[in-house]
Ligand binder design. Structure first.
Ligand code: F3S
Length: 343
């Protein structure tokens, strides 16, 4: 049996960066904390002792123009702290094994803004999906330390939305309204953002000719959630133009997603069986599964090797494997080894 692993399988740049940030800060905080109460900031009394080294946050990253950039007093990166709890605002990736690993290192997940409101101290990591601007404000107001792991590609969309709506321009965003990335993006707007979930949804929008002249503009800026389906995006553009809108398209679909989807489609097309590895709540994994299933009927979506249901009697000669952007390397390798050795 030939087993082929997609080159683009697994963590994308943004997720890898976010996971690395959380692991790094969790490990730094897990180091022995400084106990002496009278130490000057940044130094311990017993400077020669390796165990008494202060825990420092070296390079918190804030998006340009965010409120956090200005909060230098409360969030001085060289400020000495005792061991602090590390929180992520939402799970840092949609993968249970990664979350478990981080939890073993003491990382806690904040599930809502209400939970954030109840925190008194700690370090809050913003995950790759990003958050609304008001969350930065809340973190600052509560005197918490912020570590921003928002993917730079998502930050770009947040910035465009803030600037364009700030200039009074009408913004359409192709995406899923309930997705945290979309909720985060909307939270940077200075005006209305219309979210378009799919081509059908675009068809239900009013024709530009029916808009009130002088009050409602035909000119729209169209952006997309980073993981939005490229074909649906093209269809939405065509529908809006047909409706008479002057569409200024800024394609913000992440190339990592496009490359992963394109490779998976080709691989599924030449495979007798296809495995898509990823969390059941990961939208990019679900999309990968749909793409592969359309090309290869024998496609399975699995979270780990335990979910695999291969019948050794099946006449399978070529197995293709791909994985979502939040699937860690270890899980992919485990599946790969299992398939190679057992079948
Ligand atoms: Fe990943 Fe960032 Fe693209 S999180 S999928 S590299 S937008």
């Amino acid at each position: 049996m030939k087993v082929e692993l997609a080159k683009t399988a697994g963590f994308c740049f943004g997720v890898q960066r976010a996971v690395d940030m959380v692991l790094r800060i969790a490990e730094e905080e897990a180091a022995e904390p400084l106990k002496e109460p009278n130490c000057p900031a940044g130094y311990s009394q017993s400077q020669n002792s390796e165990r008494s080294k202060p825990t420092l946050i070296k390079e918190p990253i804030f998006p340009a123009g965010s409120p956090s950039c200005q909060n230098s007093e409360q969030q001085n990166p060289t400020l000495l702290k005792e061991r602090r709890t590390v929180y992520t605002f939402g799970p840092v990736v949609h993968n249970e094994s990664v979350i478990r690993k981080l939890s073993e290192k003491g990382v806690k997940v904040i599930g809502s803004e209400e939970e954030l409101d109840s925190l008194r101290e700690g370090i809050v990591v913003i995950r790759a999906h990003g958050v609304p601007e008001r969350v930065y404000q809340k973190i600052r107001d509560r005197g918490l330390v912020l570590l921003d792991a928002t993917c730079p590609f998502v930050q770009k969309i947040q910035r465009i939305v803030r600037e364009r709506t700030g200039r009074g321009e009408k913004v359409f965003l192709a995406g899923s309204v309930s997705h945290p990335e979309v909720q985060g993006i909307i939270g940077w707007a200075r005006g209305d953002v219309t979210v378009i979930s799919d081509p059908e949804n675009a068809k239900s929008l009013p024709d530009a000719g029916d808009l009130v002249p002088g009050e409602q503009s035909r000119d729209v800026v169209l952006l997309a959630q980073t993981t939005f389906n490229a074909d649906n995006f093209k269809q939405i553009i065509a529908i809006l133009e047909k409706k008479g809108y002057h569409v200024h398209v800024i394609n913000t679909i992440c190339s990592a997603t496009l490359e992963r989807q394109a490779e998976a489609e080709i691989l599924a097309g030449r495979s007798d069986a296809m495995l898509v590895i990823g969390g059941s709540s990961s939208s990019n994994t679900k999309k990968l599964f749909e793409i592969c299933k359309a090309k290869c009927q024998n496609t399975q979506l699995i979270q780990t090797v335990k979910d695999l249901k291969f019948n050794s009697d099946e006449a399978i000669r070529n197995v293709g494997i791909t994985a979502g952007a939040s699937t860690p390397k270890e899980i992919i390798e485990e599946v790969l080894t299992y398939v190679r050795t057992k079948f």
